[in-house]
Design a protein around this ligand. Structure first.
Ligand code: FES
Ligand SMILES: [Fe+2]
Length: 328
């Protein structure tokens, strides 16, 4: 995982009221629960006493209690009660588990991969989608590391091969560019695919003019993506890392052209089968990729059309401190 990032890890609907939920995310078993004020607890789902899963225990007064011998934990992962020692007994600091700072925003649960005590920046959700849109969607697990799942949504070369009956119709196999731009950790890439006339070759990104008029997609590091279909329609995905070989993908259709209550739900609901069809076309192939995780240096033979994938790998390596950018 990249340190000091907000990762989307759950659809907020999966956390029902104050009932705790146990999930594996970021290679770790975690328990999440909602406090009375709506804030979120997210700590290791493994009691520091003798290893029982905390998510089976009750939540009382905003703390979670181990179902085995009743240790209580606060959201910072600290044990606040060891019943067998007596309520009045002091508790050493070593009785604690790993805790994440977690928030619920924009219908997702996000965790900060820095120190629990950090002053974290705001969750980097797409600004224009924070208000005014409604959405519907689904979540599903893919058998690859989240880097592979993200790269699939940065892949502008695969469309006419994987999505022949959907978004890749028209046999537009030649990939001009694509143009990739970064603003902080937000990547925007502009797509200009054509059918092959057998004579001209693909243009370099530097040869493309008026690229801002092209179709565009965005990746917000570390695991949030959107397809900007139009001002009023977007497809958004959060790629929640489960472990080295699994990712839970949350796909949402965002729209604001239909805001009439029942009709908007219908539009959002009707979008799901189409999106599922497209994502399943991807999943069929992506689940076969070897290795299941991508790296900055991994011996693949990339082509110019893979620029957004290469940029993602580079940015990831940079944020992980694996590479350093040379000063110009
Ligand atoms: S295993 Fe949790 S209190 Fe004993
Ligand atoms: Fe695809």
């Amino acid at each position: 995982m990249i340190k000091n990032q907000w990762y989307g890890i759950l659809d907020a609907k999966e956390l029902k009221g104050s009932k705790p939920i146990g999930v594996t995310r970021m290679n770790e078993k975690l328990v999440l629960w909602r406090k009375a004020d709506g804030s979120i607890g997210c700590i290791a789902d493994k009691c520091c006493h003798r290893g029982a899963a905390l998510h089976l225990g009750p939540v009382k007064n905003d703390e979670i209690y181990c179902p085995f011998h009743g240790f209580a934990y606060d959201v910072s992962g600290k044990v606040t009660l060891i019943p067998a020692n007596g309520k009045a007994a002091p508790i050493s600091d070593r009785y604690k588990v790993h805790a994440y700072k977690a928030v619920e925003q924009y219908g997702f649960i996000w965790v900060w991969t820095g120190d629990f005590k950090d002053e974290a920046p705001e969750v980097p959700f797409f600004k224009e989608l924070r208000e005014g849109f409604t959405y519907g969607g689904f979540g599903e697990v893919w058998d690859v590391h989240y880097t592979r799942a993200i790269e699939n949504q940065l892949d502008v070369v695969h469309l006419p091969f994987v999505h022949t009956d959907s978004i890749g119709r028209g046999n537009r196999t030649v990939v001009n560019g694509p143009v990739v731009k970064w603003v902080d950790n937000l990547m925007t890439f502009y797509v200009d695919n054509h059918t092959d006339d057998g004579v001209s070759i693909a243009k370099k990104a530097s040869e493309l003019e008026n690229y801002e008029d092209f179709f565009r997609l965005q990746l917000q590091m570390p695991n949030l993506w959107q397809n900007v279909i139009g001002d009023k329609i977007r497809i958004v995905a959060v790629f929640a890392p489960i472990d080295e070989e699994h990712t839970k993908i949350y796909v949402r259709f965002y729209q604001k052209f239909m805001m009439v209550p029942v009709l908007k739900q219908m539009v959002n609901w009707l979008s799901t089968p189409t999106n599922k069809h497209v994502f399943h076309q991807d999943r069929r192939v992506v689940n076969t990729q070897i290795p299941v995780k991508s790296e900055f240096t991994m011996g693949e033979n990339l082509i110019p059309g893979d620029a957004p994938i290469l940029e993602f790998r580079k940015r990831r390596a940079l944020l992980k401190g694996e590479i350093v950018l040379k000063q110009k």
